[in-house]
Design a protein around this ligand. Structure first.
Ligand SMILES: Nc1ncnc2c1ncn2[C@@H]1O[C@H](COP(=O)(O)OP(=O)(O)OP(=O)(O)O)[C@@H](O)[C@H]1O
Ligand SMILES: [Mg+2]
Length: 241
């Protein structure tokens, strides 16, 4: 038995809601949605944590402009530094932003370690930026963080929705709480994603338009808050908070 597993529940016991931002597909905007959701909730006065669990391409620190120098402060565990009002923790503190050729078992170990040592304290929301797909890491989060709800991101593409549909089916079969689906990077009118999501008996939350100016605000949280992306996301935040 791994004693760290029993510590994880305790570490998360004062977190009111845990929202994992996931997708069956890569590159659909999970990290942008997760970081912006955290920023938006902070702006509304909530106490918010953000945990980046993407081993292959951790990017929350890039989006929020976090300078990763050294390991966060330790005191009977790790205390997440506060960045733009967000209690921030990332696998990047472990990988030091170097390419990290981890195998599944190493990744599981790091996720367990990270969850067991991070002192979140009292939070209204913990947002988790998930790696793409339905691999080991996604299954680990499902296994280790029993109270997580899932916010699923897709693009309007049939290719993306094919993979996202698989994740939604897994989450449904496991009877896990799916808050709903966000359709990101929308450029034309179409009910395709909405139709599939509704047929599955799940909630289609809203679309976020493709924002040509989004790249200029990467690494600049103050500017990110003023984007069209954030305006669309705020409508979703109002539905889920
Ligand atoms: N609505 C949008 N309009 C314009 N660009 C966007 C939008 N959403 C995301 N992007 C851009 O698309 C790229 C991918 O976004 P992001 O990294 O958040 O995706 P991801 O799903 O987290 O990817 P990965 O699967 O690699 O973790 C980024 O360059 C981001 O700035
Ligand atoms: Mg990402």
């Amino acid at each position: 038995m791994d004693v760290r597993l029993s510590v994880i529940d305790k570490r998360l016991s004062n977190v009111k809601r845990i929202i994992s931002v996931a997708s069956g597909k890569g590159g659909v905007g999970k990290s942008l949605v997760a970081s912006s959701l955290a920023l938006s909730l902070v702006k509304k006065g909530y106490k918010v944590g953000l945990l980046d669990l993407d081993f292959y391409g951790p990017s929350s620190h890039i989006i929020l402009g976090v300078d990763i120098c050294g390991f966060p402060e330790e005191e009977k565990g790790i205390i997440p530094p506060i960045v733009s009002g967000i209690h921030f923790m990332s696998v990047v503190y472990f990988t030091e932003d170097k390419p990290s050729p981890f195998r599944g078992v190493d990744i599981s170990n790091i996720i367990i370690e990270l969850l067991a040592i991070t002192q979140w304290g009292e939070l209204d929301y913990l947002i988790i930026d998930m790696p793409p797909g339905t691999g080991d890491e996604t299954l680990d989060v499902i296994r280790l963080i029993k109270r997580s709800e899932f916010l699923v991101v897709s693009t309007p593409s049939k290719v993306a929705m094919g993979a996202v549909g698989k994740l939604l089916t897994i989450l449904k079969e496991l009877k896990l709480p799916v808050i709903g689906v966000v359709e990101n990077m929308k450029m034309t009118e179409s009910n395709y994603v909405n139709g599939i999501v509704s047929k599955m008996g799940l909630s289609y939350l809203n679309s976020i338009s493709f924002d040509n100016n989004l790249e200029d605000s990467i690494g600049k949280p103050d500017r990110l808050l003023e984007t069209c992306f954030m305006k669309d996301l705020n409508k979703i935040v109002e539905k889920i908070r």
